[in-house]
Ligand binder design. Structure first.
Ligand code: ME8
Length: 521
């Protein structure tokens, strides 16, 4: 069985989750669900990043200990992911003793190899970014442009990681696709940016410990210092799956197949992380994908502006499944974009309330009216055109879009197929056929049910609960996931498409409105 190991960043616990975190996590979930349906052995890791100055300061402000603070916010992330139907396999916290111990063994390994050495560092540290900034990174007010705060002067004796030793190897692994240890960075423009930086500038060694910060993992070779929060955090991708014991899970899963994040932290994932792995003699992730950063109503999302959107608010407004679909539908995954409540509502009304909601409604309505709620027998010699086959083949070729993380285009393809299913009803006009006692009516009603079933298979990774409910309305007693997996993982889909065919005689059960229309205001 092919394995698929996918990760999200582990999120800082200085604040509760927002739509940015949900964006990456939902994307990872959709991919996980799709790969599971393809019959792959999927492991999906997410979690929380709990050490460092940022968390220490947030806890202090809240008048509690960093651990208590982290416990609370980490559980908020878990809750938010549960609400959004995130099907993670593992949830790592960097305060897990297993993680702490594995970080120590990894760092000891690098130290023993002479890749970590003691030195003096002085620089400007931005707590918001949890990194040192150079003078050139600051704005005119000498502030961090992202956090609008003045970085703190730090001058201390600490440990350095020999990042500079890996410059050539990194460049080769990033740019040469024929290299067996190639790390594919996507989108390609970002790959070029990273490669350009590696070509143009000499990599400098990085400070990898802090002498004045207690809230971190003590270094195994100098207990007075703690590991730099990014070094600690990046290691989660291997500590969570049993790196320290070289477990069966670790041997099976590593290297990761897909690591997701936004462009803000691509340098850490495409340069520092691979260098750490090279240092330890481990393979590099196969693919690193940095999606864009979005603004809300044209502005950076921030608590002080008051425009932060929380996942719970999205679920309350649209329902969890629709929220999952909507966040991935507005702009291409690799690009920057703008989000607004209005754009989300408009998309909800067009794609879900009008297109999908209507299709479900009309299909179930007509089965009730013209077929006594039963899936009819399609006449053997029917001449009614079948549309489900076209949907299956169109969506089948769109799967590549999903594999390439082009959610936005995949969603557009799904909408096209929904349109054709709605047009099918318009063109065949079952209400007229009923009036005219047209003998093809049962075949048309059967086809309508078949279209809907085909579409749910392809909407399933985005809207698992809605699709389950549509199946229940169609009277399907079999689990949609098992049936969809049987179809999508079969070697010959033409042969296996019968398993998606509605069964005549099944009693349907019209449910309530799936997507109530939202008014403009
Ligand atoms: O950076 N647009 O954690 P973090 C799109 N702990 N995505 C966004 C976003 C936005 N406006 N805001 C946040 C950290 N994200 C580290 C990671 S990993 C070893 C350590 C998403 O809580 C996006 O995935 O600041 C981004 O990379 C991540 O949240 C940053 O989360």
């Amino acid at each position: 069985m092919k394995k698929y190991y996918i990760t999200t960043p582990i999120y800082y616990v200085n604040d509760t989750p927002h739509i940015g975190h949900a964006y990456t996590t939902v994307a990872a979930d959709v991919l996980s669900r799709y790969h599971r349906l393809r019959g792959e052995d999927v492991y999906f890791l997410t979690g929380t990043d709990e050490h460092g100055s940022k968390i220490e300061q947030a806890a202090q402000k809240a008048g509690t200990s960093p651990k208590e603070f982290a416990d609370h916010i980490s559980s908020e992330f878990r809750k938010a992911w549960e609400e959004l139907g995130i099907s993670f396999s593992g949830f790592i916290r960097t305060t897990d003793p297993k993680h702490e111990s594995a970080v120590k063994s990894f760092l000891q390994k690098l130290f023993d190899k002479g890749l970590i050495y003691k030195g003096n560092y002085s620089g400007l540290y931005c707590v918001g970014c949890e990194k040192y900034l150079g003078e050139a990174d600051l704005d005119e007010q000498k502030c961090c442009p992202d956090h609008k705060t003045r970085p703190e002067e730090h001058s201390e004796e600490n440990y350095f990681f020999k990042l500079s030793a890996f410059q050539d190897e990194l460049l080769a692994r990033i740019t040469d696709e024929s290299n067996p240890g190639h790390i594919a960075i996507y989108p390609v423009e970002r790959r070029n940016e990273i490669a350009g930086k590696l070509k143009a500038n000499k990599l400098e060694d990085i400070s990898m410990s802090r002498s004045d910060l207690k809230w971190g993992i003590p270094l195994p070779f100098d207990e007075k210092q703690t590991a730099y929060v990014w070094v600690d955090a990046l290691l989660n991708y291997i500590t969570a799956i049993g790196f320290e014991d070289n477990s069966e899970l670790f041997k099976k899963l590593w290297p990761a197949d897909c690591q997701l994040m936004a462009k803000d932290i691509l340098w850490f994932h495409s340069v520092i992380w691979p260098a750490m792995l090279l240092g330890a003699g481990l393979p590099l992730p196969k693919k690193v994908f940095a999606h864009g950063f979005f603004t809300i109503d044209g502005q950076k999302m921030s608590k002080s502006i008051g425009n932060v959107i929380r996942p719970q608010e999205l679920s309350a407004m649209f329902g969890a499944d629709a929220a999952r679909y909507l966040v991935l539908s507005l702009f291409p995954f690799g690009a920057d974009g703008d989000i607004s409540w209005q754009a989300l509502k408009d998309k909800y009304n067009t794609d879900l309330a009008n297109n999908l909601g209507n299709l479900v409604n009309r299909t179930l309505d007509m089965l009730e009216k013209f077929s006594a709620k039963l899936i009819p027998e399609p006449a053997a010699a029917s001449t009614a055109p079948a549309c489900a086959d076209t949907i299956l083949s169109q969506m089948g070729s769109s799967e590549l879009l999903l594999e390439n993380l082009e959610f936005h285009r995949y969603i557009a393809a799904l909408q096209m197929s929904l349109n054709s299913a709605n047009q099918y009803i318009q063109q065949t006009a079952p209400w007229k056929m009923a009036k005219e006692n047209n003998p093809e009516l049962p075949a048309v009603l059967f086809n309508m049910a078949a279209n809907l079933k085909a579409l749910t298979v392809y909407a399933l990774p985005f809207m698992p609960n809605i699709c389950k409910s549509i199946w229940a309305q169609l009277g399907e007693s079999e689990d949609i996931e098992s049936v969809a997996r049987e179809y999508l993982s079969s070697a010959d889909r033409n042969k296996s498409k019968n398993i998606l065919s509605p069964r005549p005689g099944t009693a349907t059960q019209k449910g309530g409105i799936l997507f109530p229309r939202l008014e403009k205001k």
